[in-house]
Write a protein that binds this ligand. Structure first.
Ligand SMILES: Cc1ncc(COP(=O)(O)O)c(C=O)c1O
Length: 363
C-alpha cells in the first residue's frame, strides 16, 4: 500500500532507543502489573489532562463500564449513547446492568449535542456516554446542563482541545481513554484509563479495576480484573511527552487537506465551534463512498468507511434499539470515508490523496 490509513511505526521510529530502555527497565525490576510505571503514568496522564486523578485499566471498553459503575449506574437505569461510534461505546453499558438508549449525532460535527441527547432522555436516564468522535469535541458542559452526568469517551480524542482551551477528557465528571495501538497515543497492545477530578469516583474505580478490592483482602464490589501492565505504562510514558507535537501535526495535515481542495470533492470534517481537534481520523462524506474507496485502493491509497452498520442496527443491540429513528447517523454511516491521517504524513502525501480523489470523482 503506497499510503496507508495508519502508520504507527513511522512516528515511533525516532523513539526506538527510549522504548527499548523502558522495556529493559521493566524487565530489570521484575514487577509486571500495577507497579511504579503505572503509578507514574497515571500521574502524568492526569497532569496532561488537567484533572486530579487518572487510573489505568486494561482497555478503553472496560474503562467505560467501570466509569459508569463508579457513577452508580446499574440495573433499571438507562445510559444515552450515540449510535454513530465504535461498537464498544454501547457494548460497555449492558455489563453494568443498565440499558443503552441510542441518540443521534449532529450533522456537522458527528458528535452528540444537548439537543440529540435531550431527545433520548427519560426518567430512567442515569448517565450519558458522550463520544468525542474522530477527535472532534462533544459539548460536554451543555450536556451536563441537562442534569445528567457525562462519561466522556475520549478513546479517539486524546490531545483535542475544547473551545475554552481545556482538553477533551477533562471536561466532564469522568472520562475514559483507550491506548489501542492505532490511537493518538498507542500502547503495544491493549491499555486504557479513566480520569476524573472526583476523589470518590477515582477511589471506586481503583477498587473496581482490581476485583472490587482496595487492599487485596476485603472485596467491597463485584468488580473486574482490568489492570494496566507495567510494560504498557512504560511504553506510554515514553510517548506522552511527544503527543502534543503529534497532535499539532494532525491539525496541520487537516489544513493541508483543506488547502489541496478537499472541499470540492467531499464534505470535509467540521471542528466543533472554537475547538482544536487532534483528528484521530480524517473522515469526509460523499455519496458513493465505497466506490471512491475502491478507486483509491486501486491507486495504492488506503481509505475506510467507518461504522457502516450503526449501533442501533447491530444484531446484538436489537433489544435496545426498537423504534430508534436516527437519520443523521444513517446518512453518516453510508457516506463517510476516512482518509489517511497521522503525524507521519507530509504535504506531498496529502496532495497525492486529493489528486487521486479528483481523478476518481471526475470519471
Ligand atoms: C470511541 C471508542 N470507544 C471505545 C473504544 C474501546 O477501546 P478499546 O479498544 O481500548 O477497548 C474505542 C476503540 O477501540 C473507540 O474508538
Amino acid at each position: 500500500m503506497g499510503i496507508p490509513l495508519f502508520d504507527p511505526l513511522a512516528v515511533l521510529a525516532p523513539l526506538r532507543d527510549q522504548l527499548h530502555a523502558a522495556v529493559d527497565g521493566v524487565l530489570e525490576r521484575g514487577q509486571f502489573v500495577l507497579g511504579d510505571e503505572v503509578a507514574a503514568f497515571e500521574d502524568e496522564l492526569a497532569a496532561y489532562l488537567g484533572v486530579r486523578h487518572a487510573v489505568g485499566v486494561a482497555n478503553g471498553t472496560d474503562a467505560i463500564t467501570i466509569a459508569l459503575q463508579a457513577l452508580g449506574v446499574g440495573p433499571g437505569d438507562e445510559v444515552v449513547v450515540p449510535a454513530f461510534t465504535f461498537y464498544a461505546s454501547a457494548e460497555a453499558i449492558p455489563p453494568t446492568g443498565a440499558r443503552p438508549v441510542f441518540c443521534d449525532v449532529e450533522p456537522d460535527t458527528l458528535c452528540v449535542s444537548a439537543a440529540t441527547v435531550r431527545a433520548a432522555l427519560t426518567g430512567h436516564t442515569k448517565a450519558v456516554v458522550a463520544v468525542h468522535l474522530f477527535g472532534n469535541v462533544a459539548p460536554v458542559a451543555e450536556i451536563e446542563a441537562l442534569g445528567v452526568p457525562v462519561v466522556e469517551d475520549t478513546a479517539q480524542a486524546l490531545g483535542s482541545l475544547s473551545a475554552g482551551g481545556a482538553r477533551a477528557g477533562g471536561l466532564g465528571m469522568v472520562s475514559t481513554h483507550s491506548f489501542f495501538p492505532s490511537k493518538n497515543l498507542g500502547a503495544f497492545g491493549d491499555a486504557g484509563a479513566i480520569a476524573t477530578n472526583d476523589a470518590a469516583i477515582a477511589d471506586t474505580v481503583r477498587a473496581l479495576r482490581f476485583h472490587g478490592s482496595r487492599d487485596k483482602l476485603r472485596h467491597d464490589y463485584v468488580g473486574w480484573n482490568s489492570r494496566l501492565d507495567e510494560l504498557q505504562a512504560a511504553i506510554l510514558r515514553v510517548q506522552l511527552p511527544h503527543l502534543d507535537d503529534w497532535c499539532a501535526r494532525r491539525r496541520t495535515v487537516a489544513r493541508w487537506y483543506a488547502e489541496a481542495g478537499i472541499e470540492g470533492l467531499a464534505r470535509p470534517p467540521v471542528a466543533a465551534p472554537g475547538s482544536h481537534p487532534a483528528w484521530h481520523l480524517y473522515v469526509v462524506r460523499r455519496p458513493g463512498a465505497d466506490d471512491l474507496c475502491a478507486a483509491l485502493a486501486a491507486g495504492g491509497i488506503e481509505a475506510r468507511g467507518y461504522y457502516r452498520t450503526p449501533l442501533h442496527r447491530q444484531p446484538a443491540m436489537a433489544p435496545y434499539a426498537a423504534g430508534a429513528h436516527l437519520p443523521v447517523t444513517d446518512e453518516a454511516a453510508h457516506t463517510n470515508l476516512a482518509l489517511p491521517m497521522g503525524a507521519w504524513l507530509d504535504a506531498g502525501h496529502v496532495r497525492e490523496v486529493v489528486d487521486a480523489m479528483r481523478t476518481a470523482t471526475d470519471r
